[in-house]
Design a protein around this ligand. Structure first.
Ligand SMILES: NC(=O)c1ccc[n+]([C@@H]2O[C@H](COP(=O)([O-])OP(=O)(O)OC[C@H]3O[C@@H](n4cnc5c(N)ncnc54)[C@H](O)[C@@H]3O)[C@@H](O)[C@H]2O)c1
Length: 443
């Protein structure tokens, strides 16, 4: 913080309206009724599932009663990790559907590949479980709609893992923007840069003996097992993943949408391609997407999967322009500039943002802990969710539009009331995926 004593500023901003659990001093764990333990099942425990488990470990009176994965090797590794990190080993279930019948599961957290996210969340809420679902919350727009519908119908809580919504400084920045500190906001730029290598050309091989490939595929049409899909690289295949705009763009596009106070756009354009390697990667390693809104506001996303050249000195971030200045924000804090580009002040995330660099794959990050605390507080005492699915799904939808525009000629007109793509039957073919028979979500 340059021009204002940090404590004074925080105090001022806090008293200016960010009350309750949003006040600085995160995390604020609200206890609810004594002895009211929240029981979690964490599904998909290789990488992101660990961030979920670690966040649960930091809650009071909460426990991961079950872990679920379809790969025995990953389960074994996670047992060791759990013992070391949390001091106990949860019970194990390989088939997610069996968790739905367990009495000692109140919450299901989902950190699997993305073709499973919405189908799992839908079944979980229908079974009376609350859901913490990783971004993106859906594989396609159809699932996005179903998810919101089921949440509404069941009344179960569903929070998406866009954890920067639980950043203290991002909240302060948005509050400042709402207060008019940079005038009328009209433009948000979001970006992500990384230097990912090639995923090669996979060979069809025997399914590893540790893996239940049938359950891994679940709702997706059946394919032979290839040696460059599981784990992680499924992100770049259309049947299971959703590409970089969902993988990382979701976060910063969501921040721009929050800062600008906008929902569905009326026009989306995209340009990009796979420039870096000739391999199995089915999405784009470079993509520029523009979202235009009826009242003239704009968001643009620049994704670079294979070129780590930073923008504004950062591998990822969001820049918001207004008629009186700009705010640059990321997971570690924000900077306020005047119209001439002069730095006016700086605010640093109090606990560190965690996983702020694009190469950072640590399981733990402070924002995820804050996000999980908010979720637990919502369950216990009705605290307002910071990324409820009816709102978070809109940011996911923006990413779906980006991919559909890229697939179908580069430009979509959208009805901002309904979200439907207008006069473009080719684009509407991407609204829903093909499901393996018997696995389509039923609502
Ligand atoms: N919010 C964030 O900052 C953040 C960060 C990283 C990843 N993510 C998201 O988390 C999700 C998981 O990513 P990852 O990097 O951990 O992937 P990963 O491939 O490393 O791990 C996925 C795990 O899910 C398991 N799995 C697959 N199908 C399953 C099923 N039917 N039941 C149970 N387990 C199953 C796999 O065996 C694997 O262990 C992705 O959607 C990703 O976008 C979010």
């Amino acid at each position: 913080m340059k021009n204002l004593d940090r404590r004074t500023f925080i105090k001022k901003t806090t008293t200016a309206g960010i009350g309750g659990a949003l006040a600085l001093g995160f995390p604020t764990i609200l206890k609810g009724k004594p002895n009211e333990q929240i029981n979690f099942a964490v599904v998909g425990v290789r990488s992101r599932g660990k961030a979920h488990a670690e966040a649960v470990a930091r809650l009071e009176n909460a426990r991961v009663t079950w872990m679920c994965d379809v790969d025995d090797e990953i389960i074994d590794e996670h047992k060791t990790w759990s013992q070391q990190m949390t001091g106990y080993v949860p019970k194990v279930e390989k088939d997610f559907r069996k968790l739905l019948e367990k009495d000692d599961v109140d919450v299901i957290t989902i950190a699997t590949p993305e073709h499973w996210h919405a189908p799992m969340a839908i079944m979980a809420m229908q079974a009376g479980k609350h859901v913490f679902i990783e971004k993106p919350c859906s594989h396609n727009p159809y699932e996005n709609d179903l998810l919101v519908e089921v949440q509404k119908k069941t009344g179960m809580l569903c929070q998406m893992g866009n954890q920067q919504r639980s950043s203290v400084t991002s909240t302060l920045a948005v509050n400042e923007i709402r207060g008019g500190i940079i005038g009328e906001v009209y433009y948000g730029k979001a970006w992500y840069s990384n230097q990912r290598g090639s995923i090669g050309n996979g060979k069809i091989v025997n399914v590893p003996s540790s893996l239940d490939w049938e359950l891994w595929q679940g709702p997706a049409p059946r394919e032979d097992y290839r040696d460059n899909v599981h784990p992680y690289n499924w992100h770049w295949f259309k049947s299971w993943g959703t590409g970089e705009i969902h993988n990382n763009g979701t976060h910063e596009i969501d921040i721009c949408r929050w800062a600008l106070g906008v929902d569905l756009p009326s026009k989306v354009t995209s340009a990009g391609g796979r420039f870096h390697f000739d391999d199995d990667w089915e999405y784009y390693d470079t993509q520029n997407v523009n979202f235009e809104y009826d009242k003239g506001k704009m968001i643009s996303w620049e994704g670079k999967s294979c070129n780590g050249f930073p923008i504004m000195g950062r591998g990822r971030g969001s820049l918001i322009h207004g008629t009186r200045g700009s705010i640059l924000l990321d997971r570690n804090g924000y900077l306020l500039y005047d119209l001439g580009g002069k730095l006016i002040k700086e605010e640093v995330e109090p606990q560190g943002g965690g996983a702020a660099s694009t190469a950072d794959t640590r399981g733990f990050d402070a924002l995820t802990v804050n996000h999980m605390i908010n979720f637990a507080n919502a369950i216990r005492v009705g605290e307002e969710l910071r990324a409820p699915i009816n709102d978070a799904s809109i940011s996911t939808m923006l990413c779906h539009y980006g991919n559909i525009a890229q697939e179908t000629g580069g430009s979509l007109q959208i009805d901002p009331e309904t979200g439907k793509i207008l006069n473009n039957p080719e684009a509407m073919k991407h609204w829903k995926r093909e499901y393996e028979e018997g696995w389509e979500p039923i609502v």
